[in-house]
Design a protein around this ligand. Structure first.
Ligand code: GLA
Length: 387
């Protein structure tokens, strides 16, 4: 990220180069294991990334907030009396959704000039949305003196996405982005929001993110359909058991009553959720005791379950994972995020890293005709003001 260029761009758009704006950052995230469990009250284990969204902001006396982005064409001046209006799915709905939540919390909106710049690929399943939400909340909480905690920032950012943008996502992304800690992943119980930062001891291994470069958008994917299938499964089970959510069941309990779920697809979705929760618990234990190959095996099982039971992978993600598994040095590989395209996450022995990326790029291209992109990120970035 070229910070000087970013400041210059701000001055070019808004003028008055002497009056320096403030700079804020929020990371993206990669989920290591625990997929499609968050909205079922389950466990997740995501880590924040050293790439994310940067935001420059300067207060003005005007009665409007101006939004610009280095990455996006669309820009807008929104009157302080029009902050509640949405803009046909344009990117400014993410910061506006957050502003809407802050106003509901009693903060008073004031005029501002804002410029965003992000280095997370959009629609790749690395939480560019949560990142722009959290950086907006962080900056405005500071400027508008909200005194809102990071956990609350995560919660209100999720609400912004649910209510303003209209994507029914769970809490994982916003929580991982807001609570990111250096060299750690966040082990989170999405029902109680109890969490623990776990140091990532990957020893002689590295984490590699591979992008299928098949774009997807959560709003037009089957995300909401999967959620409602889980609700159907839950309501069938609630006829015989008092259950707050699917994740309240152990795998043994599930096996005893699973036949009560009448729709076969709903039964498969529930089975994924319940076994995925148990994999997260085992995976966190494995990473804490430095058992990388066990962690990798659980990642593999997670992907297979997302492919066969949850049915959210698709041929590009499956190909990337299958080809990765043929290569030397791989501990494990799985899709990450919502699925239907986006990225995979793999753990690879450091001395095989170059060969891994080279071969995977070649083999994926041969099978799909698509160019994959690869990132070897630093894990555990913290959202903050950069001074
Ligand atoms: C998206 C959502 C999250 C979570 C994942 C799947 O990233 O935003 O809340 O449901 O998909 O695990």
């Amino acid at each position: 990220m070229d910070i000087n260029f970013f400041y210059e761009k701000f001055a070019e758009i808004y003028g008055d180069a002497d009056k320096r704006p403030r700079l804020f950052f929020a990371p993206g995230r990669v989920n290591l294991i625990g997929e499609h469990t968050d909205y079922n009250g389950g466990y997740v284990f995501p880590a924040s990334l050293n790439f994310g969204t940067y935001m420059l902001i300067r207060e003005t006396d005007k009665t409007l907030i101006s939004f610009n982005s280095v990455n996006m064409k669309f820009s807008a001046d929104v009157g302080l009396d029009k902050l509640k209006e949405t803009h046909d799915g344009e990117w400014i709905d993410y910061p506006l959704g957050v502003i809407d939540q802050l106003i509901q919390k009693g903060l008073v909106a004031r005029g501002a000039e804002i410029l965003f710049s992000g280095n997370i690929p959009n629609g790749a399943g690395l939480s560019s949305s949560a990142s722009i939400e959290v950086v907006t909340a962080l900056a405005l909480n500071s400027l508008w003196k909200g005194n809102i905690s990071l956990v609350e920032i995560a919660k209100l950012s999720q609400k912004a996405e649910n209510e303003f943008v209209g994507v029914n996502c769970g809490i994982m992304d916003q929580f991982a982005v807001a609570m990111g800690e250096k060299d750690s992943a966040t082990f989170l119980n999405c029902d109680t929001l109890e969490y623990k930062q776990v140091k990532l001891q990957l020893k002689d291994h590295k984490l590699v993110i591979s992008n299928t470069n098949k774009k997807r958008k959560l709003s037009d994917s089957k995300y909401n359909e999967r959620r409602s299938e889980c609700e159907t499964a839950l309501s069938d089970l609630q006829k015989v058991r008092k259950l707050p959510n699917l994740s309240a069941l152990t795998t043994d309990e599930f096996e005893e009553i699973k036949s009560l779920i009448s729709m076969p697809a709903a039964r498969k979705r529930a089975e994924h959720v319940i076994y995925e929760n148990s994999r997260v618990l085992k995976a966190v234990e494995a990473i804490q005791s430095g058992e990388i190959s066990k962690f990798g095996k659980l990642m593999n099982e997670s992907h297979d379950s997302l492919r066969d039971l949850y049915e959210v992978t698709g041929s590009e993600l499956d190909t990337l994972v299958e080809e990765a598994r043929k290569l030397e040095g791989l501990a494990g590989s799985r899709m990450t995020g919502a699925g239907f395209g986006g990225c995979t996450v793999s753990i690879v022995r450091e001395n095989m890293l170059d060969n891994f990326i080279e071969q995977l790029e070649k083999n994926y291209k041969a099978k799909t005709g698509l160019e994959a992109s690869f990132y070897v990120p630093e894990l555990g970035a913290v959202p903050s003001e950069i001074k």
